[in-house]
Design a protein around this ligand. Structure first.
Ligand SMILES: [Zn+2]
Length: 67
């Protein structure tokens, strides 16, 4: 019953790579649904996938449930 403890945060199924379609000075992709940088992307500019970008530092430093 405590599967959630391995996630550290609210369990969500949508841990997937996403990025902004806009030009960024320091392009990154995100995989945290609650990343503050990811949350700053306008909904209309969110795209699936990594776009061959490096992972955002905030996402990188967070625990990933798939580890
Ligand atoms: Zn991020």
């Amino acid at each position: 019953m405590d599967d959630l403890t391995t996630h550290g945060i609210e369990a969500r199924a949508d841990w997937r790579a996403y990025h902004s379609a806009t030009e960024e000075a320091d392009p990154r992709y995100h995989n945290r649904p609650d990343c503050v940088d990811g949350a700053a992307i306008e909904d209309e500019n969110i795209r699936d996938g990594t776009a061959d970008r490096p992972l955002c530092d905030k996402c990188h430093s967070a625990e990933h449930p798939n580890k």
